[in-house]
Every structure is written in C-alpha cells, then in structure tokens.
Design a protein around this ligand. Sequence first.
Ligand SMILES: Nc1ncnc2c1ncn2[C@@H]1O[C@H](COP(=O)(O)OP(=O)(O)OP(=O)(O)O)[C@@H](O)[C@H]1O
Ligand SMILES: Nc1nc2c(ncn2[C@@H]2O[C@H](COP(=O)(O)O)[C@@H](O)[C@H]2O)c(=O)[nH]1
Length: 160
Amino acid sequence: MWLSVSATTRSPRPGEVDGVHYLFTSEAEFDGLVERGQMLEWAVVHGRHRYGTPRGPVEQALAAGTPVLLEIDLQGARQVRAVMPDAHFVFLAPPSWEELERRLVGRGTEGPEERERRLSTARVELAAEKEFDTTIVNDDVSRAADELVSWMGLGPLTSR
Ligand SMILES: Nc1ncnc2c1ncn2[C@@H]1O[C@H](COP(=O)(O)OP(=O)(O)OP(=O)(O)O)[C@@H](O)[C@H]1O
Ligand SMILES: Nc1nc2c(ncn2[C@@H]2O[C@H](COP(=O)(O)O)[C@@H](O)[C@H]2O)c(=O)[nH]1
C-alpha cells in the first residue's frame, strides 16, 4: 500500500520534514502544480492554506496495481469521488467532541484563534459523515489502523 505525500502551502511545524510529512511549497509553486494539471485534487483547508494531492505518483502507483491511501479533507474527498468513482471513502472520526478538542489543544501547534477555525471545519466535516462508505473511530491509533487495513482487505501498512 502506498501512502501519498500531499503538497501544502502551510509552513512546516517543528519536526516536519519536506517530502516526508508534506511537500512544502510556496504559493507560486502550488499555483504551478494546479495550472499544469498536476493536482488530482486540492482545497483550501481550515480557510487558510492550500493542500493537494499530486496526481503523478498516485496514477503511477495505481497503474502498477498498488493501492493508494489519501488522508485528505472533505472537499478533497468530494473531488476524488467525482474523478475516481470506484475509490473507497473512510470517515475517520474522533471518539467524542471533547476528545477532539483535547487532542487539538494537546498538539500545541495552534493558538486559540486557529484552533477555533479547525474546530469549525471539524463541525462541518462531522455533519458529512454519511457521504462516506464507512466510519472508523480513531480511539486508539493502532486499533484504528488495524480496522482500516482490515476494511480495505490489505496486508500491513507500508509506505513507498
Ligand atoms: N488515537 C489517538 N490517540 C491519541 N492522540 C491522538 C490520536 N489520534 C491523533 N491524536 C493526536 O491528536 C492531535 C491531532 O491529530 P492530527 O494531527 O492527526 O490532526 P487532524 O485530525 O489532522 O486535524 P487538523 O486538521 O487540525 O490537523 C495530534 O497531536 C495527534 O497526535
Ligand atoms: N484536500 C486535501 N486535504 C488535505 C491534504 N493533506 C492534508 N489535508 C487535510 O488538511 C488537514 C490539515 O492538516 P495539517 O497538517 O495542517 O494539520 C488534514 O487534517 C487533512 O484533512 C491533501 O492533500 N488534500
């Protein structure tokens, strides 16, 4: 299974590595990817930064028969559904609203205003759960990953 690397115009957080966590691009570089048709999907997430899935690596993996896993927002999922109707869509849900808030605060990477923005996005996304083929509750990471792999009918998670 191949886990695709997204591009984003957001700045790296401490510890995030270009090409591993994201392809960190300038606004102009992201524009270029979009204008050249090199994005499978892209969206402004949390009303601020652009995030998108480069098309080339995904299409190459699929052509080689390798399943691809995208971890993208609701807007991106809707775009992928429009161009790849055979794709499968999993809604990754928090165990509770309170735990979602606790985890976001605990991550410690955003101030109160940005956290509120992200919680607003979460409210919108939670309301769209029924658009997805299944829901997996992210209570324990290992358990949720096992459930995902089992639902997909695949072996253990590997990347590139
Ligand atoms: N199952 C889990 N148990 C405990 N902590 C978790 C679990 N899943 C995620 N977290 C933690 O919750 C925080 C938020 O998770 P993550 O970074 O994946 O955010 P997200 O859902 O992508 O939201 P955002 O769009 O704001 O980034 C992180 O600190 C992450 O380590
Ligand atoms: N449409 C897309 N959404 C994406 C992509 N990569 C990530 N995401 C979404 O962005 C949020 C915010 O991420 P963060 O790293 O700033 O915390 C993340 O939760 C995803 O939902 C993508 O390629 N396309």
